[in-house]
Design a protein around this ligand. Structure first.
Ligand code: FA5
Length: 347
């Protein structure tokens, strides 16, 4: 076969191949085999120098026509295959099927409880305050009437960052910051946040959450502390809950109290229906939820408030504690394991 016939025979050869091409990948391979740099057409055109000079222009023209035809055949097949693919997608697409709902995250139970507690106090007129998690000794201890080397500092196992700098062990330093920022009473703040202690067992974790409350004005009495905290407990745990105030000690409040609520599980009975001791309150009928008291005069002096003319109350509660009671959770560590089977139950 002479060169020109060989060139022209590429057209039926390509047509035959295309008839058997079922996919776009195969089509690409055929395109390369015929029209690629090392394909059949290029190989034949490479023979051009072997022809007598007079025949070369005619051969060149035919080669161009063949190339155009080959290209057109490939493109036509491509259009057809693309259309076929779309048709097959459409045949499989069922517009009546329900859509796939995007996965929606949920708020962490601790966040939910913090928001709920803050809402209760905001409705009473408290404003939300915050402070840094890395604190100086002054805000975490000294201004709160923990004298240097006083044994009271051992009440909270401290994580030190540097000399005189600690991870705050409670949210009480926010009391100091709030009073300093406002310069004079009235001050009514609620302050949620993370706190850190060298502490780790079934009921204690090295990081946990507290909510601090502080009310300072000219004539705040213990009756207001009782009323406010009783109202809070009833809104969060239910209107039937009983509230008990027990004497306690904190360096920054005088007098100080621990506040208990009647047990959520046994309704304060201390025992189950069968007479066995309640496992939540361990038979006492009461559950401790927070520490509180009247602001110590030394704390007012530390922030430049006149202890003679102002008075106030403060309280601090453990959020995990409240969340465990509210949701009946028995292991504190569940809050920190990020198990979605647990977390999605609070949606
Ligand atoms: C305080 O931290 C005081 N600042 C509270 C306070 C504020 C009293 C204002 C008076 C006035 P306490 O160390 O008891 O107090 O901690 C408060 C609550 O934090 C505890 O009742 C407990 O629920 C929780 N808590 C303490 N340690 C841990 C821990 N390691 N893990 C989880 N919760 C804890």
């Amino acid at each position: 076969m002479d060169l020109t016939s060989s060139l022209e025979s590429l057209i039926p050869a390509l047509e035959a191949s295309l008839r058997q091409t079922a996919s776009l990948d195969e089509l690409d391979e055929i395109q390369v085999a015929f029209l690629g740099r090392k394909g059949s057409l290029a190989r034949l055109m490479g023979c051009l120098p072997e022809l007598p000079a007079a025949e070369r222009p005619a051969f060149g023209r035919i080669a161009n026509t063949v190339k155009e035809r080959l290209t057109a055949l490939v493109e036509e097949r491509r259009r057809h295959l693309v259309e076929e693919r779309e048709q097959s997608y459409l045949a499989r697409f069922d517009p009546s099927l329900p859509g796939r709902a995007p996965w929606q995250g949920t708020l962490h139970p601790i966040t939910l409880v913090m928001e709920e507690i803050c809402d209760v106090f905001q409705a009473m007129g408290f404003e939300v305050a915050s402070g840094p998690e890395v604190e100086t000794d002054f805000y975490n201890f000294e201004a709160l009437n923990f004298p240097p080397d006083h044994p009271a500092r051992d009440m909270q196992d401290t994580l030190f960052v540097a000399e005189g700098v600690v991870l705050r062990t409670h949210t009480s330093p926010i009391q100091i910051r709030a009073m300093l920022e406002r310069a004079r009473p009235p001050v009514a703040v609620i302050a949620p946040g993370k706190v850190y202690r060298r502490d780790s067992d079934l009921t204690h974790t090295p990081m946990f959450h507290q909510i601090e409350g502080l009310l300072v004005d000219t004539r705040v009495t213990f009756a207001e502390l009782r009323g406010t905290l009783t109202m809070f407990a009833r809104q969060v745990f239910g209107s039937d809950v009983a509230v008990r105030f027990r004497p306690s000690f904190f360096p920054f409040t005088e007098p100080s109290v621990e506040v208990d609520i009647s047990c959520i599980l046994c309704a304060g009975e201390g025992q189950n229906a069968d007479g066995s001791a309640c496992r939540v309150c361990k038979g006492t009928g009461w559950l401790e939820i927070l520490g509180a008291g009247m602001v110590d005069p030394n704390v007012f002096s530390a922030v430049g408030y006149d202890p003679e003319s102002c008075s106030g109350f403060a309280f601090g509660l453990g959020v995990e504690r409240v969340a465990m009671l509210k949701y009946g959770i028995t292991d504190l560590r569940m809050f920190f394991e990020n198990d979605l089977r647990f977390l999605t139950q609070f949606a």
